[in-house]
Design a protein around this ligand. Structure first.
Ligand code: FES
Length: 335
């Protein structure tokens, strides 16, 4: 059965077939609603159902509270229509002309940058040009039908390459495979680009906060800004446990050397006893707060595990950051 959905206030309509979610169908039709995790855990895709019925799907209670649901809200990454719908959601215009593709890619290099981080370089078929916005992610499609999301770490000017930073999760199905069996020339399948984590057009200073391999999209964003000659102030904070976890520490140091508008502040939460470290310590969000008592004139882009993003949300909004200038990419480490 096919249902029709109308988005307000744009008035755009699209069809939803079978058991597709509202979000999947919207993306397929070329309309980008806000979303990030697509797992029912981050709450980014929350919107209002003005008319009609949905199956709410499976989600975490913190992503959609009982009160919100009672007030007509739903998570569009999970909600499946049970009738025609009218929904209220703001569309993200910038990603509109970027098709989401299903493509093969070949592993051309694997470089272990830390004890638990592998940098994978993938090449697309020669004729393919892959359009994306710096900061977006792809889904690697596994043989058993599961998917694993990874941010693209290379800038979009490199449109035939994909660079992924894979963190090894003990017992993880995909990351375990990457660290144990994967070899150069292996073929993968992926779908993308996905997500709405990208630098918005503005002159304001942007504070980019990365946790662990959340550095990947930040790298793409900064390299893209450099390639475009954009001199907007960029403050890069990278939080990691110990020194060895800043797996590309040289690179942001080079950015700073060559570009006066870029700053780099690495922050270690648990420096190990033999780390030679005179830099900042503690939680990365606290370092940002110490440097920026007033965040009302900034934009913040945060990429890292959910506890980091949640700490940022709570503490930064209290320091004057408007909610609509906090962009985040919250991910559970892909297993
Ligand atoms: Fe729907 Fe995260 S909860 S995108």
């Amino acid at each position: 059965k096919t249902y029709r959905v109308r988005i307000e206030p744009s008035g755009h309509t699209f069809d939803v077939a079978g058991n597709e979610t509202v979000l999947e169908a919207a993306l397929r039709a070329g309309f980008t609603l806000p979303y990030s995790c697509r797992n029912g855990s981050c709450g980014t895709c929350k919107g209002k159902i003005l008319e009609g019925e949905v199956d709410y799907g499976v989600y975490e209670a913190k992503a959609l509270t009982q009160e919100e649901r009672a007030a007509g809200k739903a998570l569009f990454c999970q909600a499946v229509p049970r009738s025609d719908l009218v929904i209220e959601a703001k569309e993200i215009g910038l990603v509109k002309n970027i098709p989401i593709k299903l493509l093969p890619a070949r592993v051309v290099a694997m470089v272990r940058r830390a004890h638990d981080v592998m940098v994978l370089s993938l090449k697309l078929p020669q004729t393919e040009r892959f359009k994306f916005l710096a900061g977006q992610y792809i889904d690697i499609l596994l043989k058993n039908g599961a998917r694993r999301s990874f941010s693209l770490a290379n800038p979009p000017q490199q449109d035939n390459t994909l660079e992924l930073h894979v963190r090894h999760v003990p017992g993880g199905m995909f990351s375990g495979h990457v660290f144990a069996q994967m070899k150069e020339k292996d073929l993968l399948r992926f779908r993308g680009p996905l997500g709405i984590f990208f630098l918005r057009e503005s002159e304001r200073p942007a504070i980019l906060v990365a946790g662990g391999t959340g550095f990947a999209p930040v790298k793409s964003i900064v390299e893209d800004a450099i390639a475009r000659g954009d001199t907007r102030p960029l403050h890069v904070y990278w939080g990691a446990r110990a020194r060895r976890d800043l797996y590309l520490d040289d690179l942001p140091r080079r950015w700073v050397r060559d570009h006066p508008h870029i700053r780099y502040i690495p922050v270690l939460s648990e420096p190990s006893a033999d780390d030679v470290w005179s830099g900042r310590t503690g939680w990365v969000h606290e370092a940002v707060l110490a440097d920026h008592p007033d965040l009302s004139g900034c934009e913040v882009y945060a990429s890292g595990p959910p506890p980091m993003v949640e700490a940022i949300r709570a503490s930064f909004l209290a320091r004057g950051l408007p909610e609509d200038r906090l962009y985040y990419d919250s991910f559970e480490f892909a297993h």
